[in-house]
Design a protein around this ligand. Sequence first.
Ligand code: NAD
Ligand code: DAU
Length: 332
Amino acid sequence: MGKLLVTGGAGFIGSNFVHLVMDNTDDTVIVLDKMGYAGNESSLVGLPANRFTLVVGDVCDRELVDRLVAKVDTVVHFAAESHNDNSLDDPEPFIMTNLYGTFALLEAVRAHDKRYHHISTDEVYGDLEIGSSERFCETTPYRPSSPYSSSKAGSDHLVRSWVRSFEIRATLSNCSNNYGPRQHVEKFIPRQITNVIDGIRPKLYGQGLNVRDWIHVDDHNSAVLRILEAGVIGETYLIGADGEKNNRSVIESILFQMGQPTDAYDHVTNRPGHDMRYAIDATKLRTELGWEPVHSNFEIGLASTIEWYRTNESWWRKQKKFVEVRYATREQ
Ligand code: NAD
Ligand code: DAU
């Protein structure tokens, strides 16, 4: 891959991706991140200074984006406003970053003829019925539910149209729910782990029967590396590791592993428009590119994630209070 531009590389998945690239290749990486509330510079501590640069800036800044894209061989675009609940409070930053930011990158990639990989989500496909055997695949029609997922859906369409009309060298991936180290404490699993550490009861939206298809962040990122190595230009790959669980069972696992009674949680106000179930069929990625997840035991991955939040309190402590104050305005 040579020189990479990784947008959103100070966020959860992007920072884990940068560590994976540093540990497993000789590539050099420029991270472009605006260091918004979800960007955390300490996620990038310890990277080799001769192979890594952090540029603080906005993917919507076309001049900056053009200058950085010109310097690299490959762009991996993780940067996004990523949290559904925030998109329901205030959709505008989602439209700006997820749509206009992607547009800015595509124009720079087109101008400089660079390889581009677009990181997206399974939420573009809407939701599935609880209990059905249906799963999302690459041909599932788009049916996004929230401002977040519709802005990501729009960004996917932009990428495909730039491939077809301008012949840019792009691939796309849509992944299910990630968990692991360095995830912002606004998200479900780290929120509940840090709640238990703080002696706060975990919070379950509604009845908690909604299903998410959990994948360890390192498995997501190993799939992205595989697509960069062997993916076919213009193609989309769904990334998932057969990790379906309902939210209630995840909270019970967290409580059990942290030595608490498994019913010591509260039901709170449900998310408006809350998607019921996501499930990924990753057959194309597995058969065409030979990718396999390695962290397929969720309870083991969860145990190491709990351990990471226990031993890295300084990483999340500053954000926790602000996040819980914001949640308190939404929840009863
Ligand atoms: P995150 O919120 O943890 O990180 C996003 C990063 O992007 C942050 O560092 C933030 O500062 C940066 N950013 C936001 N707006 C920016 C802008 N305008 N310019 C530059 N940087 C900006 O999100 P994440 O969970 O790591 O998600 C990364 C990508 O993966 C997103 O595109 C998301 O849609 C996708 N995705 C996430 C999941 C998941 O479970 N978290 C699953 C599938 C796909
Ligand atoms: O499916 C991929 C998507 O997964 C990504 O595209 C998003 O960026 C990522 O945030 C995630 O979206 P979700 O909305 O599924 O994740 P979240 O962590 O917000 O919530 C997971 C589930 O847990 C969801 O059903 C809502 C529920 N929930 C969430 C929180 C924060 C609770 O029950 N209680 C909570 O406190």
